[in-house]
Ligand binder design. Structure first.
Ligand code: ARG
Length: 475
């Protein structure tokens, strides 16, 4: 059903209709469109623009549509241009001309911005909840391996020993920042565009502050032109999704490396691995690879929308119809990736013995020698140089650092007494890194405790946000 046409003598050409149509992707906005219609109806009624009896007729029809859309009984048809026209057709089929009454004081411009915001808020909260599940899988793994030494890397080269729980826990922090971004986004996005009309507000006695409240927004747009043209919330949501995708891709890369025969640290559960169609022996970390690969698509969605918005004149322009598919795709993509990565993380076992054996390799304890000298008041530049000489001597003579003799140590630096051997153990190196955020067992225990507290408060925050949103939708 067309929502316009009075001033046209010809129907749109087929090509025009085909390009204009968005119903094949925006139909999923239907529940949000119906909910905002109910809020709009309330105002039309309370302001006296609609008789009580007409308003309650429309309300009944809208509520029927809510059920029929959910059950699939009411479906869009080929001639519907978009979700708004399809639903107005639904109302008109039920109520005749009265079905068109709801359009008073409202334009598709403020309507679509409102629908998309509600959709985005709903999906962002769901995303946050799945993220907390991944975080808790990571945190459990971190706790499981809180006492397992492993080599730590910089530049992909052995650097200093770490506890493997510390290695895993870092990902929980990255996702925590994503959750903070989501909380922040939810606050900033809590502005209702409804009431902005086409662009200039309305001459009818509407109360956009009230519709905003009834839809769970903190306020309504203070500028109607901005109200209909602001898509910052889409761009920001896509950035947040991309950042989450990037964090997932870094987990994916680590898992791929740790699962190689060369490393053989990670044993990914069969249920989260895939085989090869030709090589029967293969067990591939495809979930990790897809987690890594999907980041590209998430970034693509973000850059597509940013490019569409760049230079766009303010108020509504049809270009804005291009905001939906990338946003839908990013939420859909993460809804697929997150449970798979969560399962992969939860079901992976690591080879403690292998990691322990590898921890001191690559002279990863050389920093301990330098720090030992610093504690003996040797300037760090000289301490660094001396530790380097120890490494060079070991390399020349194919030995490990603790295998140097007392006289060799003393000849490199007089302060290198035999006591230096006490720090030349993986455990010693780990124990000493007690600064906040360091890898020492005591520091890690504090870190994991803090993470548990933070995680449960975030999980509470987003599950109550979800409850509140569902209550608003059902009201
Ligand atoms: N389908 C359109 C969109 O997604 C709805 C708004 C149409 N507004 C208009 N003035 N043509 O943006």
């Amino acid at each position: 059903m067309a929502l316009w046409g009075g001033r046209f003598s010809d129907a749109p050409a087929d090509a025009v209709f085909a390009l204009s149509r968005s119903i094949h992707f925006d139909w999923r906005l239907a529940p949000y469109d119906l909910r905002s219609s109910l809020a709009h109806l309330e105002i039309l009624e309370s302001s006296g623009l609609l008789d009580k009896s007409v308003a309650s007729q429309i309300q009944r029809a809208l509520k029927e549509l809510v059920t029929e859309v959910a059950s699939g009984k009411f479906q869009p048809i080929a001639s519907d241009e978009d979700v708004h026209s399809a639903l107005e057709r639904g109302l008109t089929e039920k109520l005749g001309e009265t079905g068109g009454a709801l359009r008073a004081g409202r334009s598709r411009n403020d309507q679509v911005a409102t629908d998309l915001k509600l959709f985005a808020i709903d999906h962002m909260i769901t995303l946050a909840n799945s993220l907390t599940e991944l975080q808790s899988a990571l945190l459990n793994k971190a706790k499981e391996y809180a006492d397992a030494p492993a080599p730590g890397f910089t530049h992909m080269q052995h650097a200093q020993p770490i506890l493997f729980g510390h290695e895993i826990a870092k990902h929980v922090h990255a996702f925590s920042r994503d959750l903070d971004r989501i909380s922040d986004w939810l606050k900033r996005t809590s502005v209702s565009p409804l009431g902005s009309g086409a662009l200039a507000g309305s001459s009818l006695p509407l109360a956009p502050e009230k519709t905003a409240k009834s839809l769970g927004f903190a306020s309504n747009s203070a500028n109607s032109i901005d109200g209909v043209s602001d898509r910052d919330f889409v761009a920001e949501a896509l950035f947040i999704s991309s950042m989450i995708g990037i964090h997932l891709s870094r987990i994916g890369e680590e898992w791929c490396i740790w699962a190689t025969t060369e490393f053989a640290w990670a044993r990914v559960a069969d249920a989260y691995s895939t085989g090869s169609s030709i090589m029967p022996q293969k067990k591939n970390p495809d979930m990790a690879e897809l987690a890594r690969g999907k980041a590209g698509r998430l970034i693509g969605n973000l850059t597509g929308v940013l490019a569409m918005l760049k230079g766009l004149p303010f108020a509504y322009n049809r270009d804005l119809q291009e905001d939906k598919e990338p946003l839908f795709d990013s939420f859909d993509t993460l809804a697929l990736v997150l449970p798979a990565v969560t399962g992969m993380v939860a079901s992976t076992e690591f080879d403690r013995e292998k990691m322990l054996q590898a921890a001191p390799l690559g002279f990863s304890l050389a920093t301990e020698i330098a720090d030992f000298l610093v504690r003996a008041h040797v300037p760090f530049s000289i301490a660094h140089e001396s530790a380097g000489k120890c490494v060079a001597l070991c390399e020349r003579t194919s030995r490990q650092l603790h295998e140097l003799t007392d006289s060799e140590f003393a000849s490199i630096h007089p302060s290198l007494t035999s006591k230096v051997r006490d720090v030349l153990t993986v455990d010693g190196a780990l124990e000493s890194r007690t600064t906040r955020g360091g890898t020492a067992p005591s520091a890690l225990a504090t870190q994991l405790k803090e993470l548990s507290v933070e995680l449960s408060s975030k999980a509470k925050e987003f599950s109550s946000a979800q409850k509140a949103f569902h209550a608003m939708m059902g009201a």
